[in-house]
Design a protein around this ligand. Sequence first.
Ligand code: GAL
Length: 729
Amino acid sequence: MPVRRRRFMQTGLGAASWLALPGALVARAAAGATPASSTADRYPPLVPGYAHLLHGGDWNPDQWLHEPQVIADDLRLMREAGCNAFSVGIFAWSQLEPQEGRYTFEWLDGVMDGLAKNGLRAFLATPSGAKPRWMSERYPEVRRIDGTGRRLPHGDRHNHCFTSPVYREKTRAIDSRLAERYGKHPALAGWHISNEFNGSCYCELCLGAFRGWLRARHGTLERLNQAYWTAFWSQAFQDWDQIDPRESPLDGLMLDWDRFVTHQTVDFMKNEAAPLKAATPHLLVTTNMMGTFTGLDSRRFTDVCDRMAWDSYPHLHGTESWKQVPGLSFVHDLYRSMKGGLPFILMESTPSQTNWFHTPSLKRPGQHRQEMLLAIGHGADSAMYFQWRKGQGGFEKFHGAVIDHEGSTNSRVFKDVASLGAELGKLDAVVGTTVRPEVALVHDWEIRWALHRAQGPRQGRGDWFNWFDKEYLTTCVDHYRPFWKRGVPVDVIESTQPFDRYRLVVAPMVFLLQPGVADRMRAFVTGGGTLVLTYLSGVQDQAGLVLRGGWPGGGLRELTGVWVEEIDSLYPNPAQRIVMKAGNALGLAGDHPVREYCELVHAEKATVLASYANDFYAGRPCLTVNTVGSGRVYYLAARPAEEAFHDAFAQALVRDLGIARNLDAALPEGVTVQKREGGGRTFLFVHNLKAVEQALDLPRGRFADVLAGKDVPGRLALPAYGTFVLERL
Ligand code: GAL
């Protein structure tokens, strides 16, 4: 499972309230827009007419066809666990089409009927994540070619070619049959297309498609040569057929390959979605993405996914586990923001252990419930697991499951899941509500790729995670965390998404500047918005060509009022510090250590708020602010080494702009709060992420504990890993 290592981490209203949604609102919701503010401002539930949080996960009855009693038991136990939705048939192609053209759907008929009889819903999967053996043998072109030119053997999963016409035809054929046969089935809730798309193929079909894609993008070879700067090392292309993404030190070409891989994967998914949407236009199609996985730009899937869905496997272990949670929250916010606030699907998570972790520690009492309610607090309308039942064999026989090999309900995990199931049943009014931040954090896959592909301005840290993007992701989370700590909600958007719905936009390391972004930033600031930009911004264009005329380039020099003349790259443990200027407009004091990047900045128009303490550039600007129209642009020229700077800076901005927090209370360390609103109601998710009890003083007002069904006192006692869902009355 090499892909693993690339992952970041990683109520009371009834169905009637959906009917109150005006038609235009439903259409906008379907398109991913934020609903207008009114009492009917809730998005539709994931499953039409089924206004409940979904609880369940991956179920593999295809592994138990030899023991029908197990399948019957599962259906009974699912109800006992308070579950209501399952993804079925994800890797079942061999059981659905054991020989080419011979379909054996009878077992799936029984499974779907069993689900329906028990009031359970199915995200029916298309089986393209793993192909049957006959196909690999008869049509070798469906097997991927790796970077060394080797055609991969059949075994394993996620190793097919996304371009192969045969693979596309075969997936289309089986998907069409699934749609015809189950389109009207009462258990059908939606479509789970394939599984965790990833990887790329270098076969002639893929290379041909890449060259075609390049022609469409660049038009002529002259333009492509110019964009790739191919005069460097005599790399010029004389023919489109000479282009091979494996052989070149041209970072522009690599960047295009990254884009093409996403494009081709989305295109493959569209081919799968077409027959499903044709048969069931009212049901959602989605695919489960891998969080911030580097290999695909998940945002490009928003076109084809009705709802975004992701699989969450955070490493939350030990007494300091709460420190990992901002990174997890960041990804939840990312998936909610991809479709403008539309609730997303938590499609997989482990109910207990994750077998591919080096050290699969057990979830401590309360941790599982908390992890699920955290996702819901950020906008998930589901809590789904991998996996329902442990298989007896195969790669994942030791992966956590709701039903253990022992088989009974007499396990801690089952009891935890069942008790959560009962609680989720009380949260119907949360379904379709959303989060409405005034702050946005900009995160672009294109920036990560560009930083990864560029040889400089310094190299990555060398470990797998940070090597990829020179700590871009870490930096995004560093800028996100201080808001999270204060319970300030944040959308995580792409630089191409609208800024105008926010009051504060924080855009760290906009290394690659996409077309039009600088103009939209200017319009945002001129209109009164506040923008934070940092070191390594406006460095190169979309092709990978460095922007001339001084960094931050592409229009950002005028906007920020600074010119970056040089970038000092620091060895570990530097003595350099940021010193706040006395009487600065943000009211910040003291000094803070920095690491890795120190830009030597000229404040051309901007006002200096802080400067460097040491070395030959002591006294030169390090934090500036520029007033443009009725807004402001801050520029941070160095990478702070500690949270304290980020905390102080974000706190000053929040105070200065009067940005609302989810709860106006002093949050103890390790306590976080999310807020979901809609249908005239406001829900607060209060979590004590620490392994020790803490207390929270609530502000004035009346709050109800939704799960306990009673009012709460002014001082809330938070047990270790305790989560409360409060309603502000
Ligand atoms: C997911 C995958 C599942 C299962 C799970 C184990 O990434 O989609 O099929 O392998 O990991 O954690």
